[in-house]
Design a protein around this ligand. Structure first.
Ligand code: GAL
Length: 378
């Protein structure tokens, strides 16, 4: 009997070790990805910061199904030494019960990204922020700061960037146009042309430009950019951040005007800047896109769909939406595409789609692997 109990206990220990993810050796896109406690990683629309030899994964910590305590919502943080086994470091930014705060429970926090600022020694988090009870109308970006990488991050403010300034690449003639939204029927050629020629930039000039899906990118010269879907999600804005990464300088560029790009994820490889984006179909996946540029500030050129799978897989980006590209530290050409396979009815359970970035001549492409080994990254 004792032997049987011992054998069962051993089995249970081995089983729980396996569940806790300790034994994870491969990236398995689309499956539950248990952290070291055995819970699916709750960090969506996220990104990774490599700091002091450790990877930190920040992402949307969605309210788990059945959980009613809304303050368990915010930005999740996980740490790892190998990109496979992740320890939950808790919420790095948490919504509050204080109803005078814009960060009150019920607001929406999406696509958080964190940078380390060498000059100030601080960690800076930016995120897409929508206000309680207002759907996606506010289109703000929020900023928070911490002395410690895992947080807690102190919420500073939320804003619409670049109020009262024109984009650097905005022709003089566009500034003076008089056409307004009510003159046009949406969806028509004239409407699209007016958007390309800055209809919404002029509309939002005074109050600041809309900021929804976002990412952060530090250029080779150390200049950081906040990259966000603006102009009713029709145009991306690349907005320069101040040296301390806590504010906007007012220098910004319109990218792919009127082309409806969301979910930007940037990287620099082979002497060029590349950007994965999606179209704008909400939680529903759509065909992936990749664009490139010689200078970060553009001009950007659309290349095509980076996916190399079946028609269905290409039309849905392998059932995912881009969020970040991780350059594996110390590896010149090793990049990982990170995306989200959203489950709108249970966002916390949305799956992580990590795939290697591969190359077709000098164009990045993504292929599906049901599981793959990080050591095979070229
Ligand atoms: C997507 C966006 C997500 C989320 C969603 C809401 O287009 O990329 O981050 O905002 O819409 O419908």
């Amino acid at each position: 009997m004792k032997k049987i109990i011992a054998a069962i206990s051993l089995c249970l220990i081995l089983f729980s070790l396996n569940l806790s993810g300790q034994t994870r050796k491969l990236i398995i896109p689309g499956e539950v990805w248990p952290d070291t406690d055995g819970n699916h990683i709750n960090a969506h629309g996220g990104g990774i910061l490599y700091y002091d030899g450790i990877y930190y994964w920040f992402g949307e910590a969605r309210l788990p199904k059945g959980e009613t305590d809304r303050t368990k919502y915010g930005v999740g943080c996980y740490s790892s030494k190998d990109l496979l086994n992740w320890k939950n470091e808790g919420l790095s930014l948490r919504v509050t019960n204080d109803t005078s705060s814009l960060l009150q429970a019920g607001c929406i926090i999406e696509r958080p990204k964190v940078l380390y600022n060498k000059k100030t020694g601080k960690f800076i988090m930016w995120f897409h922020h929508e206000l309680k009870g207002q759907g996606y109308r506010a289109a703000l970006t929020g900023v928070a700061v911490s002395d410690k990488v895992t947080g807690p991050y102190q919420y500073l403010r939320s804003l619409r960037p670049n109020a009262g300034v024109w984009p650097k690449n905005f022709p003089e003639g566009y500034k003076k146009q008089k056409v307004v939204e009510s003159d046009l029927k949406s969806g028509t050629e004239e409407w699209r042309k007016a958007i390309k020629e800055g209809l919404f930039v002029r509309r939002d000039f005074k109050g600041g430009q809309m900021a929804r899906d976002m990412t952060l990118f530090v250029d080779r010269d150390g200049t950081a950019y906040h990259i966000h879907s603006s102009e009713e999600n029709m145009t991306l804005h690349f907005s320069e951040l101040t040296d301390d990464y806590l504010d906007f300088t007012g220098k910004y560029y319109r990218v792919l005007p009127g082309e409806s790009n969301e979910a930007p994820a940037l990287f620099y490889a082979k002497g060029k800047y590349f950007m994965f984006t999606s179209g704008t179909t909400g939680w529903k996946p759509n065909p992936g896109r990749v664009s490139s540029a010689d200078e970060i500030t553009g001009p950007w050129t659309f290349i095509g769909n980076p996916c190399r799978g079946s028609v269905e897989e290409n039309n849905t980006t392998f059932s995912s939406q881009s969020t970040f590209v991780l350059q594996v530290p110390g590896r010149k050409n090793a990049f990982i595409f990170m995306g989200d396979r959203w489950i709108p009815s249970d966002l916390a359970n949305s799956r992580h789609i990590w795939l290697p970035v591969e190359w077709e001549n000098d164009t990045p492409v993504i292929k599906w692997y049901p599981e793959w080994d990080l050591r095979n990254l070229k």
